[in-house]
Design a protein around this ligand. Structure first.
Ligand code: SF4
Length: 321
């Protein structure tokens, strides 16, 4: 069977349910180098927009994947870098919408929304999920380590301009770091910027996967709940509680019997995951996921790393620990 290079999943997404992902740029091609990034440090920090991956190849793979008839709540443009760097994103969105009724979401760090052509390219998406992790330039540079062309003022003005002109849903993720941005004074600054935007949901998150830098620490659930009150409008916490690992899988998933070691590897090549993540993503029992993960570990294809009391499986060398 022909392997997929750019399409992956459906994967479990805390924010979207089952998400069928398209990877629009090569691994760690990004305008940011976030200290909390679970993919490790950015290897190609850029703001150059170009056709990193041929649009025709992306569409061909998606067509093939959709023909398999797997259930997905969203087709999402995301993956292992910043998707708005792809210069063909607008055309891609239009053509995907012509091919499927599944809602289309775009995960973006929001760094390029000050460019009119990026705002235009996103116009056809149903849902855009930008990020805002800091309330001023100093902490923006500390947390997101942006490309030099992406100043804080440009970025927040772009976010405001985009949300005011866009007709779809906007869910903004705010990822807070313990002792850095996860404190009242800093969150109030973030909230003031978001108050100028048209946002449907604010989603609070913290470090939950092995970060690029060991000093990136999570905020506790209790602190997240206290900080949540600062925001006006619909705000929710999307950071996983530690006990979430034991959430039961979906035993009735028709994809379950077909799930193989290759399917597990395809998920882990995108991001480190717990056995619970794998079980939910592939619709198998947690014990079955553990069995497959341990077999892959014994074969040297994956390794484990602990973060926040949770054990993650990852492809060796895929990220910095
Ligand atoms: S978290 Fe996202 S925006 Fe930040 S460096 Fe990683 S891929 Fe880029």
């Amino acid at each position: 069977m022909k392997r997929y290079r750019y399409v992956y999943g459906p994967v479990p997404s805390r924010r979207l349910g089952r998400s069928l992902g398209l990877d629009l740029v090569p691994y760690k091609t990004c305008s940011y180098d976030c200290v909390y990034c679970h993919l490790g440090r950015t290897t190609d920090k850029t703001v150059e927009r170009r056709e990193y991956v041929p649009v025709a190849d992306l569409l061909e793979e998606l067509r093939r994947k959709l023909a398999e008839g797997k259930k997905a709540d969203y087709v999402s443009l995301a993956g292992s870098g910043e998707p708005t760097l792809h210069s063909g994103m607008g055309e891609l969105i239009r053509r995907i919408k012509g091919m499927s009724d599944i809602p289309l979401a775009v995960f973006t760090n929001g760094s390029l929304l000050w460019k009119p052509e990026v705002r235009e390219a996103l116009a056809g998406a149903d849902l855009v999920l930008p990020s805002l992790d800091a309330g001023d330039g100093e902490l923006f540079r500390y947390v997101n380590r942006p490309h030099e062309e992406v100043t804080f003022d440009r970025m927040v003005e772009g976010l405001e301009a985009f949300t005011r002109g866009y007709g779809g849903q906007v869910w903004v993720e705010v990822l807070l770091l313990g002792g850095v941005t996860g404190i009242r004074g800093e969150v109030e600054k973030i909230a003031r910027h978001l108050a100028r935007c048209r946002v449907d949901r604010i989603q609070l998150n913290t470090v939950a996967r092995p970060p690029a830098e060991g000093f990136a620490r999570p905020v506790t659930q209790g602190q997240l709940r206290r900080l949540q009150e600062i925001f006006a409008g619909k705000t929710e916490i999307i950071a996983p509680p530690a006990a979430d690992e034991d959430r039961p899988p979906d035993p009735g998933d028709p994809d379950s019997p077909a799930s193989s070691g290759d399917a597990v590897m395809a998920l882990l090549e995108r991001r480190p995951a717990t056995s619970g993540d794998i079980a939910r993503g592939l619709g198998m029992h947690t014990m079955e996921a553990l069995k497959r993960l341990e077999a892959l570990r014994a074969a040297g294809r994956v390794e484990t790393v602990s973060t926040g009391g949770r054990t993650f499986y990852a492809v060796p060398g895929h990220k910095r620990l």
